[in-house]
Write a protein that binds this ligand. Structure first.
Ligand SMILES: Cc1cc2nc3c(=O)[nH]c(=O)nc-3n(C[C@H](O)[C@H](O)[C@H](O)COP(=O)(O)OP(=O)(O)OC[C@H]3O[C@@H](n4cnc5c(N)ncnc54)[C@H](O)[C@@H]3O)c2cc1C
Length: 267
């Protein structure tokens, strides 16, 4: 089974800062990691490859430093990794990002001389947080999709997906090729051992830019090709000053809280 894993490099911080002028993430001085959900997507892919054979290819769109994220995937079982990076791609919103990634998937299939049976991604990126990119990739490529997978297993030639739903889980089977997004798996992503980790540091990561994506329509890429326009962005100021009603009986305190919330138009 040939599997493509979409991996995003994200800041290793809970404090996302936005540039007030460009409205983009401030990455300078912030260490980066592979988006945690994507590490589960990769682990699921590597386990399927170990059982069924085939190749696992990682793709990541981002600036040159995203090559490090790809190397860390090579260290834990991915066979190849491509960085999708080009000047025309900067400022892309989720629709443009997913379009570029879908074009990149087609280009990688051609270069690797294979067809992907499965495209796996994380449920969402912990910085952008939209959970839109992978479902949009499925739409661009006209593929069926299953989101929120808790586990992906192969059974008698069929792919079975345990899908998180509010009240429990569904077990679905999906025709391939398909796109699947992963929440968390019942097992943890593996850590690299020293040999593969060292090897991954020596690997050259192929970079695909706009010139390498043969069928791409550049009017659908970058800031100008993005239908989302960010009008304003700000970091919310945390106001920790609460009101404490400590010297009144609980019932009266509850009434006061209710009337305050009502005055504020919250209830
Ligand atoms: C108007 C606008 C302008 C923007 N400009 C910029 C900018 O200049 N620079 C910038 O860095 N960001 C920019 N962004 C943010 C950028 O669009 C998102 O980071 C990107 O589309 C991914 O969305 P997300 O983080 O919500 O991913 P999600 O949809 O939450 O991610 C889901 C999964 O999709 C996969 N995935 C997501 N992104 C990638 C990727 N890049 N490569 C491989 N796999 C991926 C991963 O598996 C991930 O777990 C902009 C957004 C908007 C709306």
């Amino acid at each position: 089974m040939n599997i493509c894993v979409c991996v995003k490099q994200v800041p290793d911080t809970a404090e996302i800062r936005i540039d007030p002028v460009t409205h983009t993430l401030i990455r300078a001085g912030v260490p980066s990691i592979v988006n945690p959900f994507d590490t589960y997507a990769l682990e699921a892919a590597v386990r399927l490859k170990e059982k069924l054979g085939g190749r696992v290819v990682v793709i990541s769109m981002g600036p040159p430093q995203a090559a490090e994220a790809i190397r860390s995937c090579l260290a834990v079982g991915a066979d190849e990794g491509y960085l999708i990076s080009g000047r025309k791609f900067g400022g892309s919103d989720t629709l443009a990002t997913s379009y570029i990634l879908s074009e990149a998937i087609k280009a990688v299939e051609k270069r690797e001389n294979l067809r992907f049976d499965l495209i796996v991604a994380g449920k969402q990126a912990v910085d952008g947080d939209t959970a839109q990119v992978a479902p949009e990739i499925a739409e661009h490529l006209h593929l069926p999709q299953v989101t929120y997978a808790l586990d992906i297993v192969e059974q008698n030639g069929e792919l079975r997906i345990k899908r998180d739903c509010h009240s429990g889980y569904d077990i679905l089977s999906v025709p391939l090729p398909a796109v699947v997004t992963v929440v968390r798996l019942p097992y943890e992503p593996r850590y690299p051992s020293i040999g593969p980790w060292r090897e991954s540091k020596k690997r050259t990561i192929p970079v695909l830019s706009e010139a390498d994506l043969e069928t791409i329509d550049l009017s659908r890429c970058g800031l100008s090709g993005s239908p989302t326009k960010v009008k304003k962005s700000y970091t919310p100021v945390r106001d920790k000053h609460g009101t404490i009603f400590s010297k009144v009986p609980a019932e009266q305190a509850a009434e006061k809280v209710a009337s305050m919330l009502s005055e504020a138009g919250i209830i």
